[in-house]
Design a protein around this ligand. Structure first.
Ligand SMILES: [Zn+2]
Length: 311
């Protein structure tokens, strides 16, 4: 199994007291190296402008890549551009593309992108919610347009709704987007009634929902839809901020819930996609939870080494 990361992702400097801080990524990579020593680590390449432009407007590419600030600037109250942010954003999206190339090229069946900034809030033309480029959207469009796939699914279990991913693919029937998230919560989208062209599936959950309600949402609605879509590739927006320790949300999950869901996603990928999954780190703001959940998730992704699927 391939894992992609890059030192530039640690240099994206959001400033003191920002929740989306470099220590998050350091916690994830240290935990994976310590607990899963057989992972194959790769340095993430830069995404090309051509690849980014499949998802993003020229104005956003200019903002992120050409601003070259001498110090931190705020793109919105949450979203920071620092001197090293462009390089980090290029490597984060590049990791996702490299993961797609690796699984579709037959080098491996599973890839995990340990990157920041996260991506799922970035829309076609707007960086927001800590996100500069929408890494998972860039990856999906690369799979569709370069590799010629016709069905790519995105499972998003970050506690926040992936509004950017939904906005980019709301009119794209080659992509199925399935998301569980807390509501009400930033960015206040993701109602069950938001269906795109029938390719968007949202399962909003109330604060305090906990493990049983989370698993029920996936078992009753999201997983059957993913299964019926029969994706040729499964992408995952893996945020770990629904964990009970997370300071930004109250969904009250445990690390085991991420292992459980990952096992279900692996079963779907095994049935339809030759086992091919590329997972990308999104949110997660408690370092202990990030360590536990990322290890639980990646362990369950390991081919032939995850927990046995339950009925
Ligand atoms: Zn989040």
């Amino acid at each position: 199994m391939h894992v992609y990361t890059h030192p530039a992702c640690l240099a994206h400097d959001t400033g003191p007291a920002h929740a989306e801080r470099p220590q998050r990524l350091a916690a994830v990579t240290q935990a994976l190296r310590e607990h899963l020593p057989d992972l194959q680590w790769h340095e993430a390449p830069r995404a090309s402008v051509e690849a980014l432009a499949r998802a993003h407007a020229p104005s956003l590419l200019r903002t992120v890549l050409k601003t070259a600030p001498g110090e931190r600037i705020m793109l919105d109250p949450d979203t920071v551009l620092s001197p090293d942010s462009a390089e980090a954003a290029l490597r984060a999206a590049g990791a996702a593309i490299a993961g797609v190339d690796a699984v579709l090229g037959g080098e491996t069946t599973r890839a995990f992108c340990a990157v920041r900034p996260p991506g799922h809030h970035a829309t076609g033309d707007t960086a927001m919610g800590f996100c500069l480029f929408n890494n998972v959207a860039v990856a999906a469009l690369h799979a569709l347009d370069v590799h010629g796939l016709s069905r790519v699914a995105i499972a998003d279990f970050d506690v926040h709704h992936g509004n950017g991913t939904q906005a980019i693919f709301g009119h794209e029937p080659r992509v199925l987007f399935a998301s569980s998230h807390q509501m009400p919560l930033y960015p206040d989208t993701g109602h069950a009634s938001e269906r795109g062209v029938g390719n968007i599936l949202n399962a909003p959950l109330p604060p305090g929902a906990g493990s049983a309600a989370f698993r029920q949402a996936w078992t009753s609605r999201l997983l059957p839809a993913l299964d019926a879509f029969a994706p040729q590739l499964l992408l995952v927006s893996a945020g770990f901020d629904a964990h009970r320790r997370d300071p930004l949300a109250q969904l009250e999950l445990e690390a085991d819930d991420y292992a459980w869901l990952t096992t279900q996603l692996v079963a779907i990928a095994d049935r339809h996609a030759g086992g091919r999954i590329v997972s990308l780190l999104e949110g997660g703001y408690d370092l202990e939870a990030l360590r536990d959940c990322s290890v639980a998730h990646v362990r369950a992704l390991l081919p032939g080494d995850g927990p046995t699927p339950s009925a």
